[in-house]
Design a protein around this ligand. Structure first.
Ligand code: GDP
Length: 372
């Protein structure tokens, strides 16, 4: 009996020992949570592979790389597609209507509607329709596309001088004053025009005279940095005329070819705007004559853009129009209306947010893009 008890006790002890051992081993083999290594401050940031389709110009430039802007000829070819893309409803609509077998009253009304929706304006629409009707009647066999192309080009007026006046006389730099309401694309246009001039090997200084919007001067500084162009700026809220003066003085002292001056475009008070722009111009002209005043208008704003144009025309002698955001607008007809309204030519068109998406305006290329 005692022997039996001893055997049982030994067996129980053995079982306990085995159990403890297995438990320990089991606990040890439990998968341990991988330790999270502390973030090393010197660890490189996560890099994102550039997509193979990304355009090289989209890459953020390093502070030390000076970009070579695209030449004018190549940007015209590239941007023509963009113009065609947003405005071809106009050209196609007109061609579809004109190529009908019978040009009855309904068709002519349809043609008028297409023209009016593209913002050409009432008077130019009526003139164009009248000329098309006469020519197609008189020249019975004429090709409607050819006639339409010729008449549209005539309406946009190929006789206007669209060259930018960027050169000064008597040893002065050319001075380009850029005006327009906030949001129209003014600062962006100053940066883009600088790139066009740099691509033509001209030396440029920029003046950040929009001292009311803190971001405007920073924005301009970035544009300048990218192409190695000096940007003269003043204190935030400072006197715009004094920044403009300093910029033109710097341009004259360093003998650059052109100084481009950005301005503030607050429209809430017409008298204030006129006083401010008038003063900026007067003060600049103590240094050197202003050779070009570019009014920047957003093509998508239609009639509103025209109202703005009138106010600016009263404030300062506008010599050329820059129509921005034509890439996003099917209302290319505004070119015709705004030229008539102001009596000055559209000289440049903005066709995107890319740094080289600004092109000299050519009536033939514009009309061909509409009809492509
Ligand atoms: P500002 O207040 O008149 O100086 O206007 P900005 O130069 O700051 O431009 C306002 C916005 O319009 C920005 O987001 C620009 O990128 C955009 N912009 C300017 N020009 C064009 C253009 O031609 N096409 C498009 N799509 N956007 C443009």
């Amino acid at each position: 009996m005692t022997l039996l008890l001893i055997i049982v006790a030994i067996a129980v002890l053995a079982l306990i020992l085995v159990g403890v051992t297995v438990g320990l081993v089991g606990r040890r083999t439990k998968p341990a949570k991988a330790p999270v290594p502390p973030r090393s401050p010197s660890a490189p940031p996560t890099t994102v592979e550039p997509s193979p389709t990304a355009e090289p110009e989209a890459a953020a430039p390093s502070a030390h790389t000076i970009e070579r802007p695209e030449a004018t000829a190549s940007r015209l070819v590239r941007l023509r597609q963009r113009l065609a893309g947003s405005n071809n409803a106009l050209g196609r609509g007109l061609l579809a209507l004109l190529s009908r077998e019978r040009l009855d009253e309904d068709t002519w009304e349809g043609i008028e509607d297409v023209l009016l929706t593209s913002d050409i304006g009432v008077a130019p629409t009526q003139e164009l329709v009248e000329r098309l009707r006469t020519r197609l009647r008189v020249e019975g066999s004429a090709d409607a596309r050819t006639v339409l192309r010729e008449e549209l080009i005539a309406l946009v007026d190929p006789t206007l001088d669209r060259r930018l006046q960027v050169s000064g006389t008597d040893g002065n730099p050319g001075v380009v004053l850029v005006v327009g309401v906030n949001g129209a694309g003014k600062t962006t246009t100053v940066g883009k025009v600088a790139r066009i001039l740099v691509a033509e090997d001209r030396r440029v200084v920029l003046g950040a005279a929009d001292t009311f919007r803190a971001a405007a001067a920073d924005q301009l500084a970035t544009w300048g940095e990218r192409v190695g162009v000096e940007v003269v700026r003043g204190p935030e809220g400072g006197d715009p005329a004094s920044v403009a003066f300093d910029a033109v003085k710097e341009g004259a002292d360093t003998a650059v070819d052109t100084v481009i001056v950005d301005t503030a475009g607050r429209l809430q008070n017409k008298q204030g705007l006129m006083d401010e722009l008038g003063k900026v111009k007067r003060v600049i002209e103590k240094q050197a004559p202003v050779t070009e005043v570019l009014l920047v208008l957003d093509a998508t704003t239609g009639q509103n853009g025209l109202i703005q144009a009138r106010v600016f025309r009263e404030a300062v002698d506008v010599t050329g129009i820059v129509l921005t955001k034509l890439d996003g607008s099917a209302k290319g007809g505004i070119v015709v209306q705004v030229q008539r309204e102001l009596g000055v030519p559209v000289k440049l068109v903005g066709l995107g947010e890319g740094p080289d998406d600004l092109a000299p305006f050519s009536p033939e290329a514009f009309v061909d893009a509409l009809l492509s």
